[in-house]
Design a protein around this ligand. Sequence first.
Ligand code: ATP
Length: 342
Amino acid sequence: MHRVTLIPGDGIGPEVSAAACRILNATGVKLDWEEVEAEPVTDRRGDRLLHAGWLDSIRRTRVALKGPMATPVAEGHRSLNVALRQALELYANLRPVRNLPGLKTRFDGVDVVIVRENTEDLYAGLEHTVVPGVVEGLKIVTERASTRIARFAFQYARANHRRTVCAIHKANIMKLSDGLFLNCVRRVAGEFPEINYQELIVDNACMQLVMKPEQFDLLLLQNLYGDIVSDLCAGLVGGLGVVPAANLGSEHAVFEAVHGTAPDIAGKNVANPTALALSGAMLLDHLGEAAAAQAVRQAIHALYREGRHLTSDVGGSASTTEFTDAVVAAVEAAASRRQVGA
Ligand code: ATP
């Protein structure tokens, strides 16, 4: 039995996390979901805070499946998604971006892994008004965090047969901050002679990605560039509805999709749960349940290959429930075939 914290989140979060849980449960792996309280906790000013209970739960279970949490734009509280990553030192954001079989997009052969630093950069949340009309936002880059994420990227590449790590930066302009990041990555690259190492300036990387994405293998980025390039890469393979992710630290792991709360489609039973279900497959791998993880991927891939029961963001007309029912049926059928064969 594996205990797993479940944070349903806001917007489409509750719909896609309920779907992902059903799909993971269908594998037959015994998962004991510890669902956290959803009611927002606020401070005296009414700003929303991270639930202490969420952190306690993840510290206990060490692993969570999480829906997105809403962040007000240009006002209000800090992102709770970012606060959670920082509080648990989930320093590595891992986002595999691949074409799904049968899902037609403008590009074939996209198979790129994004490794994004998750704890610092402009996401440190340090902004202040110097004088009215002048605001300063601080970009924090440390040798410790840059070296740590670089080592994660190269170790991941070595363990997962990735041949080339490409560091993305803007060190021609931010010579000190991005320069420090790059110098740390270069030092770590020297420890992995069997892995090719390249560097690209972020604007050029974006152009290359939308012209020849198949040339990329593993991208290593700081926090902000990683966020932007992730959405760009999601667009190459069918959109935010299909790209999974993991936030990994040395103690804990939180699996969540790349997408946000998508308020435009929340509560309509049309959101695509593929991204969170595939994040759930990464969670199963993390728990050592590789066969179950593979069963989830195969069931989803089969539906995409056949083009049946797909949601509207990927060209179908199925509801969230219809898609989920079809994946659950395929996963259950595979699980009973495994039992018969055993
Ligand atoms: P954030 O800034 O919170 O990370 P975002 O920029 O990633 O959010 P989203 O809220 O995820 O933006 O969504 C952008 C658009 O993508 C939505 O308006 C929605 O139409 C689409 N989208 C996102 N996730 C899904 C999904 N799971 N299924 C279908 N469409 C989605």
